[in-house]
Design a protein around this ligand. Structure first.
Ligand SMILES: [Mg+2]
Length: 278
């Protein structure tokens, strides 16, 4: 891979280990209780039914082969269609922000885990000194930027292409093309790194890119005759494949104490990981 000049990444399941429960009743209970204070009286199951009905309608409304939903638009529709005189008398600024607030809150309530995979930061620190880096993620902007900021990755990438902003998702090759346009390089000299053989590897290959598959426990790993240029289970293998030196292995506690008087107090963390949020 010595002809690679730019790299684009998937986010969830590739750089960031994230777990959410998008059917969590607690999420719809909280949303329903919040809406009470806006003059909208909906039970938990009614909020949930409306959310998934509007989601389904969004996905079937257009002509896209791989449609992406818009969570903020779903909440806006729920608020608008159930608004009362009490709701309409609320400050306009509050009403305008309410759908985004609901989307963010529900994402937060449904989230069980958010952290970097091992070695991601160390590897990205090496890569960003040598390559322009981009993201192509199937996500909602309402969540994606806040989650990238939380794990400290927001500043590593330009452009950040979020499917929810476009109405279609991977493997639609147009998302990859937007990233390529932003990176400014030729597709055949750009590597795309993802965890799903269909959405990531097939999609990027259709856009003419080289591909690498991270074998995390998320995402499908087989699709037709699709074969990535690289398969890896440790992000440091990306550096090896690109002919770059790997970051040094962490100093083990017994190795650290060997240079001292035998005490074992100088034990750094074995691996640098992102924050765990539960
Ligand atoms: Mg992914």
């Amino acid at each position: 891979m010595d002809d690679i000049r730019a790299i684009a990444f998937d986010v969830n399941g590739t750089l960031v280990e994230i777990r959410t429960d998008e059917h969590d009743d607690a999420m719809f209970r909280a949303a329903g209780h919040f809406l009470i204070y806006q003059g909208i009286d909906l039970r938990r199951h009614e909020v949930k039914d409306l959310y998934f009905r509007f989601l389904d309608e969004q996905r079937h409304a257009g002509e896209e082969e791989h449609p992406e939903f818009d969570a903020v638009a779903i909440w806006r529709r729920i608020v608008t269609e159930h608004a009362t005189d009490f709701t309409r008398a609320l400050p306009a600024e509050k009403l305008a922000q309410m759908p985004l607030f609901l989307a963010e809150s529900c994402r937060g309530i449904s989230r069980r885990r958010l952290r970097l995979y091992p070695w991601v930061r160390e590897v990205l620190d090496v890569l960003r000194a040598r390559f322009p880096l981009a993201l192509v993620t199937d996500a909602q902007s309402a969540y994606a930027r806040g989650e990238l900021h939380k794990v400290g990755l927001l500043e590593y990438f330009d452009p950040i292409v979020v499917s929810g902003d476009h109405g279609f998702r991977k493997p639609d090759r147009r998302l990859f093309r937007i990233a390529l346009d932003g990176l400014g390089g030729a597709a055949e000299h750009t590597l795309y790194v993802g965890n799903d053989i269909h959405r990531d590897v097939f999609g990027a290959r259709e856009a003419g890119m080289r591909t690498a598959l991270f074998t995390s426990d998320q995402g499908t790993k087989e699709y037709q005759d699709c074969v990535p240029d690289l398969v890896f289970d440790d992000h440091r293998e990306l550096l090896s494949a690109l002919g770059l030196p790997r970051p040094p292995d962490p100093v083990r506690p017994d190795a650290a104490s060997a240079d001292t008087d035998g005490s074992s107090t100088a034990a750094p963390p074995v691996r640098s990981r992102g924050p765990v949020v539960t």
